[in-house]
Design a protein around this ligand. Structure first.
Ligand SMILES: [Zn+2]
Length: 610
């Protein structure tokens, strides 16, 4: 497989006004035509290339260039270092002039938790690119960056992605043995004919389960239950079989099958009776570092992990033991509907996806940890559906199709799609090869790396583009604490009545989810008055607990009394009596870990007598 290594950089520019004050100049190679939009003078923001997957070095350069071009809103940090010595780049986006990220509700996005699922990593990068590119011109992006924060871990497994780029084969998360597993003998996948691709091997076997389709010699179809006497085949992944005994072949879980997703902390309270928790995050340094970074940011209210493939959005619950309060289910549905509308993807729970599987097996996941233990709305996006691209109308769940429960006609259609739409590049023609253990075999089959796990490069940008719109929508759906009014009324002498009105101007409640309330993992709004020296409160504390404020998420319909909450449940008033000299400056801070921090101050002034 020829993975392109060229560095294709396009440019757009930001207006001079914004570029003024940019800290560092970036000097990318000017080897491509400029972006189609009219150029303006200013700091150059290099475009995200869609014609190849960035190497780690290219990724590092691009992120630094973006941050250098927009230091006012974009910062590149790291949450740790991989065992391969690569940084886990972590991008923070917010308008620094309107407050630090930690004081704003935040959306967290990650990509390449699974190494080969490049499309997910590109989608995470595209979100950053979209924001830094359009901040000046897109009202929604400006509002997002001015009032919220975005965190992006674009490449959760830099070692794994680098391995897939170098070896061109399926690697789950990283090329490292599962710390909990012992090596198992059997077939080792690899490129044995040296064409750069790792596909499949087929060889004749009188008791084999496959036969060649009569009208399509590339296609192997199942031998009939009562069939004998024909030419039959066996199919295994391309690779070698150390210690082959001449009769039996086992295909063990790949050495590189380590899956970061199962190392996120389980909520142990939700394990089924006798159920075992997933493995410890500390066994995987990348996951441990990411988990620590998430725990250090209690302002995260929503999360999306970007994967491929499937063309769907997955939500909790993952396991049947995980409760979801109805209001959370409704919020998830509303957010999922938006995704479905923008991307034409299916939205379903992970548990629904498991239909037909053994549900008593507990599955540990990143989204399960985020929602169950942290009360954060967490989603998996599975980009790209090759079946849909080939015009196959799925009659049931895609998981059933992938399990082989589909008509042969679908597979013929896929091959026609390869020939017509992909120019034949998606399916490697079967070709003879003399295998060191098996003897004569044929090597060929679907290029799963480029056409199944990932959207082809020529369709990549259009596939991920609407996802950025959904992420903007999600971030803007978060709660947002604001000060509606802050005033002081003179009572007598130096006695003042100070009044604060706070409100949640966001869609979600300040608690974000009922799950967070039920599990007592989120505190309420706190208002705290700051007085100058010599001033003092007359009654009560300067610090007041306000509790939670609702958002608009449960205001669904005025058709009945049940679809909305009348009044102003998103608003609260706090009053203090203070003694302070006229002319003194008093300040207030209203804060909530998830809904953000708002500040106001005023000068104590008596109305002038007429
Ligand atoms: Zn994945």
């Amino acid at each position: 497989m020829a993975i392109k290594r060229c560095r294709a950089v396009q440019f757009v520019t930001v207006p001079l006004l914004i570029a003024f004050g940019a800290a560092a100049a970036c000097t990318p190679a000017r080897d491509q035509e400029a972006d189609s939009r009219p150029p303006t003078r200013g700091q150059v923001i290099p475009a995200l290339p869609f014609d190849h997957i960035l190497t780690y070095d290219e990724l590092t350069t691009l992120l630094r260039d973006w941050a250098a071009a927009r230091p006012d809103i974009c910062e590149v940090g790291t949450v740790g270092t991989s065992p391969g010595g690569r940084e886990l780049w972590f991008v923070t986006i917010t308008n620094k002039a309107t407050g630090p990220a930690i004081e704003k509700p935040a959306l967290l996005v990650d990509g390449n938790m699974h190494a080969l699922e490049w499309t997910g990593g590109v989608a995470a990068l595209n979100f950053i690119w979209r924001i830094v590119r359009d901040y000046d011109t897109d009202e929604r992006i400006r509002r997002l960056v001015d009032t919220r924060a975005v965190y992006v871990l674009p490449r959760a497994s830099p070692d794994g992605v680098e391995a897939t780029l170098r070896q061109g084969r399926i690697v789950r998360s990283v090329l490292r043995p599962d710390p909990g597993g012992a090596p198992v003998p059997g077939l080792r996948m690899g490129d044995i004919d040296g064409d750069g691709q790792v596909v499949f091997m087929r060889f004749r076997d009188p008791s084999g389960p496959w036969k060649v389709h009569p009208g399509e010699p590339r296609l192997l179809v199942a031998r009939e239950p009562d069939e004998a006497g024909g030419e039959y085949w066996r199919v295994v992944p391309e690779g070698t079989i150390p210690g082959y005994d001449g009769d039996t072949i086992t295909v063990p879980p790949a050495l590189e099958g380590l899956d970061f997703g199962i190392f996120f902390p389980d909520d142990r309270d939700l394990l089924p009776p006798g159920g075992a928790p997933g493995p410890d995050a500390n066994l995987v340094p990348e996951v441990a570092a990411y988990v620590a970074a998430i725990r250090a940011r209690p302002n995260i209210v929503a999360h999306v992990t970007c994967h491929s493939f499937g063309g769907g959005i997955l939500t909790p619950p993952v396991n049947p033991t995980e409760p979801m309060p109805p209001s959370d289910g409704q919020a998830y549905a509303a957010m999922g509907e938006k995704a479905a509308a923008l991307m034409n993807y299916d939205v379903m729970s992970y548990l629904d996806l498991r239909a037909g599987q053994r549900l008593e097996v507990h599955i540990s996941t990143e989204i399960g940890w985020m929602y169950n233990a942290l009360g954060i709305y967490s989603f998996i996006t599975e980009f790209w559906n090759p079946l849909r691209a080939a015009g196959i109308a799925l009659k049931g769940r895609m998981s059933l199709w992938l399990g082989g429960l589909h008509p042969v006609e679908d597979e013929l259609r896929l091959l026609r799609w390869n020939d017509e739409a992909l120019g034949g590049k998606g399916f490697v023609a079967w070709h003879a090869f003399d295998h060191p253990q098996l003897g004569p075999v044929e090597i060929g089959g679907w290029d799963k790396v480029h056409y199944w796990y990932n959207v082809p490069f020529d369709r990549l940008e259009q596939e991920v583009a609407p996802h950025a719109d959904w992420l903007i929508f999600l971030a803007l759906s978060s709660p947002r604490l604001e000060i509606r009014a802050f005033s002081a009324e003179p009572m007598e002498k130096d006695d003042w009545r100070v009044r604060l009105v706070v409100e949640n101007s966001g869609w979600l409640p300040t608690s974000v989810s009922q799950q967070a309330l039920d599990r007592k993992i989120v505190g309420g709004v706190v208002a705290e008055l700051a007085l100058p020296p010599g001033a003092r409160p007359v009654d009560g504390d300067l610090r007041r607990e306000i509790g939670q404020l609702t958002g608009r998420s449960e205001q669904r319909s005025t058709a009945t009394w049940w679809g909305y909450s009348p009044g102003t449940p998103e608003r609260a008033v706090v009053e203090w009596r203070v003694v302070a000299p006229a002319g003194a400056k008093i300040s207030v801070t209203a804060s909530h870990a998830r809904a953000g921090t708002a500040r106001a101050s005023l000068l104590l002034q008596r109305a002038r007598a007429r």
